[in-house]
Design a binder for this molecule. Structure first.
Ligand code: S3P
Length: 173
């Protein structure tokens, strides 16, 4: 099986994915890390030097390669991955893939993202908390149509990492 975690930036995909993979004895792959390793450059530098369109093209290529070749993995995606280049369709058409949307509220995302902005080119320029909340609200509204196509939706607000992982194991197995 391939368990794919999707959701907005800072929704906990990588942290939860790593714990879930360990618990299930699956390989863990973070798509952004995979891109950085293969492109030999941090995501923020890819955005800066090659542009977002190049990043989206590579993101889609690596995602489609991974889901067609790999088995028994937990794969966490960058927040934008489900929303470009028919990636969500590819996920839904992969028989052995189960996707989960880790859903967090705007307030939770703002409080986490304001501390982690530097590494995220899409929000690094936003200066105030109100500006960040407004950006996330609009962005999430657009992206929700893709995220909500996931096979499962798990709300993460007010839950510990272990509680979320337990819920995922119960939902997925
Ligand atoms: C992006 C999210 C990032 C990374 C890139 C673009 C997005 O990943 O892929 O900066 O479009 O939401 P995280 O969701 O892990 O922050």
């Amino acid at each position: 099986m391939i368990f794919i975690l999707i959701g907005y930036m800072a929704s906990g995909k990588s942290t939860i994915g790593r714990i879930l993979a360990k618990k299930m004895d699956y390989e863990f792959i973070d798509l952004d890390d995979f891109i950085e390793k293969n492109e030999k450059m941090p995501v923020s530098d890819i955005f800066k030097t090659k542009g977002e369109i190049y990043f989206r093209k590579k993101e889609s290529e690596y995602l489609k390669k991974l889901i067609s070749e790999k088995r028994n993995i937990v794969l966490s995606l960058g927040g934008g991955a489900p929303c470009y280049n028919s990636n969500m369709q590819a996920i839904l058409n992969t028989g052995e893939a189960v996707s989960v949307y880790l859903k967090a509220s705007i307030a939770t995302l703002v409080s986490r993202l304001k501390k982690e902005k530097v590494t995220r080119p899409l929000v690094s320029h936003i200066e105030t908390d109100d500006g960040l909340a407004e950006f996330i609200a609009k962005h999430l509204f657009e992206r929700g149509q893709f995220y909500n196509l996931a096979h499962e939706v798990v709300s993460t607000d007010g839950k510990t990492e272990n509680q979320i992982v337990e819920e995922l194991v119960t939902t997925l197995l």
